[in-house]
Design a protein around this ligand. Structure first.
Ligand code: ADP
Ligand code: MG
Length: 612
């Protein structure tokens, strides 16, 4: 029998889209406070939000005559016409949050509009007003949400542990604190203040509050670019600071936190070869563009957006991040003396300096200090070679120790990447070499024959799991074809293994060109559970990684094989040639796998060591 659902049930179903979990309540209430022009926002939570969530602000307040209205569905002060929808400048616009939250909890709202004498206290249960009276209070609004899902047992069951809900709440509060550094946020869990942002207007201050002094002050600021249509601001980690997942890549578009697989990928890609594979940068990137160039109305929880020019935004983000990173990617510096850091330096990141005055603490490994010299390499003069592995060179500011293998890998990598456009020089083999591969790799090699050919490796299937290698990239002419093919096959296996996310197989088709689609697909899958994925950028890599990533991986493998080995004695000419080539590189300081190619000991450090 078909029935029209009663209004309370309709409201609860609709609420599901907005209120996925306690953290989504916090998010919506904080957005309202920001939209209300608050300077200070205080968030109190008990029991991970199960029993109580309270957001208090000093914003414009709600006029007494409109308080009930604010809790009705599709009631908003932020949109007047359909035209407005095309250029939304507020965080809210659908007029659904308060109604949805009220439908699934007990809500108390105390508010006073800035221009009015008295305030209003209103209480709703399951969306119905149960009491209302005038109160005295300063201008602003305090919304208290108790017993979330008390009337929707099915959802209450799905609440995760308090710790998990807390984590989600923390994520939202810190995100908004970063995006609105001029506002003072305070977050209190179970009576204890766990986070406070100073409201100084400086994002860096908030980052210090979120990540601590060491990480916060080591982050690199994206250099401002005047007059660009898409403004990209924010902070990204220096290459020596990285994380195991994408969870700390935070993106805002016009002040709104968004999940955007492609932009996340743009950020990750900007670190390509600068950090080890499988590691991810930490980033807080704010994109601003005219509101009419971005559609924020594509996702129920407003967590995704669509750009009019997705490719342009992608490029702008990638360029900005790359500039921040390569502009500053300094040579790791050997610090054998643990004293106060020299004035111009960013505080030590991975190894905090010891107590001031403590000198000469022998250290088992070189300490990696943050960037000292921006930009390319200084001219280097070869002094000699140690252990048939490291080149010693002198630069304008001291001594450089260069890992010959890592450096050569970097040189080959950049050369091959550049040659890829025109065609990589190949060495035809006089006699094709037959190579047997393990069955699980044979299929991969066969499937990627075309890619391999473009990279200078000509192979053809020869029955069973055997392949004929006809040509090699010229840089590998001296390497046995079998070794090359095994290496490449292994690269393919790793890369295609990791390229297939849980959704499987999306990588190839999507490549990096799917500008049109971006945002729309994800919105579908996410539905009301959007909050689940939040922060991890889960769907991210599946879309961005593809043929390009596979090619790069193969090139990295080829470079590893083709590069001078450790233990190989080099002539002065060979060393000089290597250093010249390294100076030409765009990112000379790390190998394609992200390890350092060199260590720098400054003249000042030498002087200190010798107590001069
Ligand atoms: P939306 O934010 O999409 O407009 P909401 O349901 O979140 O919808 O809020 C409805 C309306 O209530 C808002 O448009 C605003 O006028 C008012 N409102 C909500 N919260 C606040 C607040 N903290 N301060 C002032 N006004 C508020
Ligand atoms: Mg709102």
């Amino acid at each position: 029998m078909i029935r029209i659902l009663p209004p309370e049930i309709v409201a609860q179903i609709a609420a599901g889209e907005v209120v996925g979990r306690p953290a989504s309540v916090i998010k919506e209430l904080v957005e309202n406070s920001i939209d209300a022009g608050a300077r200070e926002i205080r968030i109190e939570v008990t029991d991970g939000g199960r029993t109580l969530m309270r957001v208090a602000d000093d914003g414009c307040g709600i006029p007494a005559a409109e308080v009930e209205l604010a809790f009705q569905r599709h009631a908003t002060s932020k949109l007047a016409s359909a035209d407005d929808l095309a250029r939304i400048a507020t965080l809210g616009f659908r007029g659904e949050a308060l109604a949805s939250i009220a439908a699934v909890s007990r809500v108390t709202c105390a508010t006073r509009a800035a221009g009015e004498e008295t305030g209003t206290l209103i209480r709703l249960e399951g969306g119905q007003v149960v009491s209302r009276r005038p109160i005295g209070r300063p201008p602003g609004t305090t919304v208290t949400v108790e017993d979330i899902f008390y009337n929707v047992p099915a959802r209450r069951k799905f609440l995760r542990s308090s710790a998990t809900e807390r984590r989600h709440i923390d994520a939202w509060v810190t995100r908004y604190a970063m995006a609105y550094p001029g506002l003072r946020f305070a977050l209190v869990h179970d009576g204890r203040e766990v986070f406070r942002s100073p409201g100084s207007g400086r994002v860096r201050d908030v980052l210090v509050a979120v990540y601590g002094v060491e990480v916060g002050s080591a982050l690199l600021e994206i250099p401002p670019e005047e007059g660009a249509p898409v403004r990209v601001e924010g902070f990204v980690s220096p290459p020596h600071l990285h994380r195991a997942d994408r969870g700390e890549i935070t993106l805002f578009v016009n002040g709104r936190w968004v999940q955007d697989a492609r932009l996340t990928y743009a950020i990750i890609q900007a670190y390509h070869t600068l950090i080890p594979t499988g590691r991810y940068p930490l980033a807080v990137v704010m994109v601003s563009l005219p509101p009419e160039d971005v559609d924020v109305n594509v996702h129920p929880a407003k967590a995704e957006v669509r750009f009019r020019d997705g490719d342009g935004v992608f490029r702008a983000v990638q360029r900005a991040v790359r500039q921040a990173v390569t502009g500053e990617a300094g040579v790791p510096t050997m610090r054998t003396v643990l004293g106060p850091a020299p004035a111009a330096q960013v505080p030590e990141v991975r190894f905090p300096p010891g107590p001031a005055g403590e000198r000469y603490r022998p250290t088992p490994m070189p300490l990696i200090a943050p960037p000292v010299s921006p930009g390319g390499l200084p001219p280097l003069r070869v002094v000699g070679q140690v252990a048939a592995t490291y080149i010693i060179a002198e630069g304008p500011d001291g001594l450089y120790l260069i890992d010959q293998h890592a450096a050569h890998e970097r040189v080959l990598y950049e050369q091959l990447m550049a040659q890829r456009e025109k065609g990589i020089p190949v060495q035809m083999l006089l006699e094709p070499a037959a190579v047997d591969l393990p069955p699980e790799w044979a299929g991969l090699v066969e499937a990627h024959q075309e890619t391999l050919r473009r990279l200078g490796l000509e192979v053809e299937p020869f029955g069973g799991n055997t392949f004929l290698v006809r040509a090699l990239p010229a840089v590998l002419a001296a390497t046995h074809p079998r070794e090359v093919l095994m290496e490449v096959a292994q690269g393919l296996a790793e890369e295609s293994g990791s390229a297939e996310g849980p959704g499987g197989g999306g990588a190839e088709e999507q490549g990096s060109g799917g500008a049109e689609e971006q945002g729309s697909g994800g919105a579908e899958e996410q539905g009301s559970g959007g909050a689940e994925e939040q922060g991890s950028g889960g769907a991210g890599e599946r879309r961005g990684r593809g043929a390009e990533e596979i090619e790069r991986a193969i090139i990295r493998r080829v470079c590893k094989r083709g590069a001078i080995k450790a233990g190989q004695v080099l002539s002065r000419e060979e060393m000089e040639e290597l250093l010249r080539a390294l100076e030409e590189c765009e990112s000379p300081r790390t190998c394609p796998h992200g390890r350092p190619t060199m260590i720098h000991i400054s003249t000042a450090q030498l002087a200190r060591e010798f107590q001069r």
